[in-house]
Structure formats: structure tokens, C-alpha cells
Design a protein around this ligand. Sequence first.
Ligand code: SAH
Length: 229
Amino acid sequence: MKDLQHMLNDIEKEVRLTRHLIGKDALDSRVMAAIKQVPRHEFLPDNYRFLAYDNGPAPIDCGQTISQPYIVALMTDLLHTRATDTILEIGTGSGYQAAVLSNLVKQVYSLEIIGELATQARQRLKQLGYGNVTVRHGNGHFGWPEQAPFDGIIVTAAAPFIPPALIEQLRTGARLVIPVGLPYRYQELLVIEKKADGEIKARTIFGVSFVPLTGGGATETNPITGEQP
Ligand code: SAH
């Protein structure tokens, strides 16, 4: 079984290999330090713990996945967090990404649509002492209006379109990091910035593969699949 240091080295290697796409040779050292502090094996089911420090995604309960460590590190880096931030995550899953963020910011709110995963992640994060993460069972398409605006929003499941509520709930100057695309087809990792003049700027990083953002929220028929809202 690989250890944590091995995983950190693999993340750094993959960052260097993808430097032409992400525009840098190394991620923010604070992000790497935050990753180093989280025991990833605690976030995996017992039978998959042997994969904890591989730089790959792994199955968790309810047919979902914990994302690849390189992707977690990159998405966290792309959020440009500050210690005073309040961040919203959509797709708590195991709670791993939320734990990484909790080491970097003041408060993390995380929404999970599968009740069982929300309960498990809440208990796990509490046991491990991540006191600044609040997990709620709910549909992330609509964000978390009571706690908005956010200093950053990260979505860890792929939506066929950007949920409008998430743009609304971004503070001016804040970023939304989100994979956009069809389930199990081509998806792109996007960074959306809400500029001071209200302009919305989007940048594509590269193609990714995430589990789908479920729960609807669409108001129009999908032009590609014909799926009704
Ligand atoms: N960030 C997670 C990765 C989870 S995979 C981790 O670190 O482990 C994506 C998660 O998004 C799944 O658990 C899935 O149930 C959840 N999800 C899918 N659609 C959702 C929605 N509309 N609202 C909230 N969570 C959703």
C-alpha cells in the first residue's frame, strides 16, 4: 500500500505533466499542506482503504466516488481560498474535499443529495475533529441561500449546465469551480469568476470525468439527450 508522501509526490508529478493546461508548475503550497494534513484512508470504506494513497478516484458507498487526489488538489488551488473565507461545496460524498478545505478557510458548508452519505460524512468529520464543516442533506442545484453569499463554490459532480443559483450565491470577486457536461460523456472543468462590474468570466481547464449532479433543476429540455426537465 502506498503512503501519504507517495500520494503527494504523485500529485506534484501530475501537476508538472499538465503544466501547459493549468498554467503553473506547482500548486499553492498551502493547498499541498492542507492535503498533507488529511488522513484520506479515514474517508474510504474498509474494503477500499488499500487505495487511499493512490492518486486515483475510488468507490465509496451508494455508487459514488471519492475524487482523484490530483483533482481535489487542483480544484482547491483554483478556488483561490483565503483563511477568512466561507466556502460552499456541492457533493459532500465521503467528506474528503470538505476536510481539505476546512484546513484552509474559516467555514465550509457542504450539501449532499444522498441522505446516507450526508449522515456518514457528518459523523466522520465530527469524529476527526473538523469543527468548521457543516453538512446538510439537500439538492445542490439550488445552493444554500441562507448562508450566501459565498467566497467560493466548488461542485464535485458534473452538471449539464451551470446551476443559476450558484452564480447568484457567489460574492463579487469570488470563484465557482465546476465540472460541466453530460453524464458519463465529455465534461470540462470550468472556473467561473464573478467580476466587480457583474460580468461573469469563464475559463476551461481541461476534460474531466465526474459522477453526475442529480436531482434535476433544469428548466428546459436538454437539446442533446432530449431529456425533459
Ligand atoms: N467531494 C466528494 C466527491 C463526491 S462524488 C468527496 O470528497 O468524497 C459527488 C457527490 O455528489 C456524490 O456523493 C453525489 O451523491 C453528490 N451529488 C450528486 N448530485 C447532487 C446534488 N444535486 N446536490 C448535492 N449533492 C449531489
